[in-house]
Design a protein around this ligand. Structure first.
Ligand code: FE2
Length: 389
């Protein structure tokens, strides 16, 4: 099924928002969801999430816009595995284990950059952008090495809708089809501005949940998002295993005077797309963020945020507008982090069986339902280890 067609167009979402505003309602799930508290603190459960879901499936790794030129690369850990994605001279993006075939040091040392070749800083072994081993200093010291077999370890990767997806194991045809069905999320006109990383002392699922409902806007964000948004008004859609939650701004009411055919969401609402399991694409006025919520352990999540902009022309004026928006969003993010950190702190002592997610929190229920379905259904298969040889 084409996931793109499962999502309403802007005009339909705006209509639904205005109806909710008029009738003081919001989208409701068919049922509440109970998630065992144990699922946030059990090391076995965490290991299953990592081994059988996060490292088993294609996950959005970085925006295509960070890899425009041949030689442009993005390097970071994906659930504990060092990965580098690089655009080749043929225009294709490839992903590799970021480890030299000699002694395993990282061949891409920075989070982003552009290089003619990937050169290991340890002994200078050099790889072409397609991962082939191209040069060994004092190569006569390795008389038995098969150079054709000495390239970087390739990982499955594909570009889709402005995102680069990487899988640490060869994905099933069904997983590949799920990526192929995604709509275009980051249009070509968006330029990569920067990437920031923050560690938050909370379980990765708590970090994901923070993006999936607007029920907390008034309480958590009284001086940031609440003044410009509504209390508990969202349009929530599911597409495949993924969610899209629309957070409307109060200025959306100006669209009542605009012909429905001419209504567009940009500037009137934020779409938060959750790409199952741990990636968020959030649209804001003038910019889009790709946020990867990287588990660093059961109780730590690295928030890796790629900022993209279609307004940023490199001028100081554009820089100032972006900086203002970012300091506002950063304040809101700090408010979320404080709440998430406090949930994590109380987990060990929490005697309750479940967290109960209400009818306003249906996107969270969908997230947990997908995770549970995969963990219950999958039998681990290790027949296709990509790292052999
Ligand atoms: Fe929030």
């Amino acid at each position: 099924m084409d996931a793109g067609t499962q999502l309403a167009d802007d005009a339909a979402v705006i209509e639904r928002v205005l109806d909710h505003v008029d009738s003081h309602t919001t989208d409701l799930a068919a049922a509440t969801w109970r998630e065992p508290v144990e699922h946030y603190r059990s090391p076995e459960r965490y290991a299953a999430e990592v081994d059988r879901v996060l490292r088993r499936r294609p996950v959005a790794f970085c925006p295509s816009a960070a890899l425009v030129e041949p030689g442009a690369f993005v390097a970071r850990e994906a659930v504990g595995t060092p990965v580098v994605a690089v655009r080749g001279r043929d225009g294709l993006v490839r992903a590799f284990l970021n480890a030299c075939s000699h002694r395993g040091a990282a061949v891409a040392g920075e989070s982003t950059g552009c290089a003619k070749a990937l050169v290991c800083p340890y002994h200078g072994w050099t790889y072409s952008l397609d991962g082939r081993l191209r040069g060994i200093p004092h190569g006569h010291g390795f008389p038995d090495l098969d150079r054709g077999d000495g390239g970087l370890v390739p990982l499955w990767s594909v570009e889709r809708g402005g995102l680069v997806f990487v899988a640490q194991h060869p994905p099933t045809p069904e997983m590949v089809a799920e990526v192929g069905a995604l709509p275009e999320l980051i249009p070509d006109r968006f330029r990569f501005v920067k990437v920031t990383e923050n560690d938050v002392p909370t379980n990765w699922k708590i970090a994901v949940e923070g993006f999936l409902e607007g029920y907390h806007i008034r309480s958590t964000h009284p001086d940031t998002f609440f003044p410009i948004q509504y209390d508990n008004v969202n349009v929530i859609e599911q597409f495949g295993r993924n969610n899209r939650v629309a957070f409307p701004y109060r200025n959306i009411e100006a669209l009542r005077d605009v012909d429905p055919a001419d209504r567009h969401a940009d500037g009137y609402l934020t779409f938060a797309y959750q790409l199952f399991p741990n990636v968020i694409v959030a649209t804001q006025p003038g910019r889009t963020s790709l946020i990867v919520l990287e588990p660093r352990g059961i109780d730590t999540t690295r928030n890796v945020a790629y900022t993209l902009s279609d307004h940023h022309d490199g001028t100081t004026a554009a820089e100032a507008v972006l900086a203002k928006e970012e300091s506002f969003a950063a304040k809101g993010a700090r408010q979320d982090r404080a709440v998430m950190t406090s949930i994590q702190r109380a987990l060990t002592a929490n005697p309750r069986e479940h967290f109960e997610f209400g009818l306003f929190e249906g996107a969270i229920g969908h997230f947990h339902r997908q995770l549970a379905a995969l963990l219950d259904a999958d039998t681990p298969t290790d027949e296709h280890e990509p790292r052999d040889g």
